[in-house]
Design a protein around this ligand. Structure first.
Ligand code: PGA
Length: 252
C-alpha cells in the first residue's frame, strides 16, 4: 500500500491522469487495449479534466479504451441531471474518443426482476474484457467504496444495494432535497473492485480527513469498507494535505 500526499488536489489529479495516459500508450504500443474502472463524484473531476486536456493537446487516444463505471442510482433514468451516466457523459465521454460500444455503465432503470441478471452480465463483461487494468475510486464520508456501505463484506459482487442515510444526505444537494434522493443503487462489489490490477484511491479536503484515517488505520473489515482496499497488492491512496491531516506521521 502506498500513500501519495500532494499539497493540492490538482497535483494528485495530474499524477493519476498521467499514469492512466502512460498505461493507455504502453498498451497501445503493445497492441492491446486498456480497461479502466471509472468513478463519479466531486473527487475524480480533476482527473477527467486532465485526461480531456491530454486528448485535445497531446492526442491521447482512447480508441482502444474500454470503461466500466462503479455504480448508478436506481430509478433516475440516464438523462436525469444527477445520474452518474449523465455525469460521465458531461465530464468525460463527450470530450474524448472512447467508442460508445466500449462504455459500460450500470443500468439503474431496470425492473427489479431484471436487476440480478444485469449485474451478472456486468461482471461477465468485465471478465470478457480481460479484467480492469486500473480502477479509480473515491471514499465516502462513511467509508463506503462505490456504494458498498458500512456492513458490506469483502466477497460482495455487483448488486442492488440500499443507500445509507448519510450517503443520501450527502447526495441531497444534487436532488430536490433528501426526499427526492434515491434509496437504492446498483454497485460493483468489494470483490469486483479488488479484482482490478491497480487501485488508485483519491480523497481530498478536510471533510475526508477522519474517514481517510479510519480507512488507513482501523482494522480491516466491513465497518469501514475502504479498509479492504489496503489489502490490494497495487493500491495508492492519493491525498491532498487536508485529507491526510489526521493520519499518523508514519503513514505519510
Ligand atoms: P465525492 O464522493 O467524490 O463526491 O466526495 C465520494 C464517494 O462517495 O465515494
Amino acid at each position: 500500500m502506498k500513500t501519495n500526499v500532494t499539497s493540492h488536489q490538482d497535483d494528485a489529479a495530474r499524477v493519476v491522469a498521467r499514469e492512466i495516459a502512460g498505461l493507455i500508450r504502453a498498451h497501445d504500443a503493445a497492441g492491446r487495449g486498456t480497461v479502466l474502472g471509472l468513478a463519479t463524484g466531486q473527487t475524480p473531476i480533476g482527473v477527467y479534466a486532465e485526461l480531456v486536456r491530454m486528448h485535445r493537446a497531446e492526442g491521447l487516444d482512447f480508441a482502444n479504451v474500454v470503461t466500466f463505471n462503479l455504480d448508478e442510482y436506481v430509478g433516475l433514468g440516464a438523462g436525469h441531471p444527477a445520474s452518474f451516466r449523465r455525469f460521465m457523459d458531461e465530464r468525460f465521454f463527450e470530450h474524448v474518443n472512447v467508442p460508445s460500444g466500449s462504455i459500460h455503465v450500470l443500468d439503474g432503470d431496470l425492473a427489479a426482476v431484471d436487476v440480478p441478471a444485469s449485474c451478472a452480465d456486468y461482471e461477465a463483461a468485465i471478465a470478457a474484457a480481460g479484467g480492469i487494468d486500473l480502477q479509480l475510486l473515491g471514499i465516502g464520508r462513511n467509508g463506503h467504496v462505490a456504494f458498498n456501505e458500512p456492513g458490506t463484506g469483502r466477497d460482495s459482487r455487483t448488486r442492488l444495494v440500499e443507500l445509507a442515510p448519510g450517503t443520501r444526505a450527502d447526495a441531497a444537494r444534487f436532488f430536490e432535497g433528501q426526499g427526492a434522493t434515491p434509496h437504492h443503487a446498483i454497485t460493483m462489489g468489494i470483490a469486483t473492485v479488488l479484482a482490478a490490477r491497480r487501485l488508485r484511491v483519491l480523497a481530498f479536503g478536510a471533510h475526508k480527513s477522519s474517514i481517510v484515517r479510519r480507512a488507513l488505520v482501523d482494522p480491516v473489515g466491513p465497518d469501514v469498507p475502504a479498509t479492504f482496499l489496503r489489502e490490494h497488492r497495487d493500491v495508492t491512496f492519493c491525498l491532498d494535505e487536508a485529507a491526510a491531516g489526521e493520519l499518523p506521521q508514519e503513514t505519510h
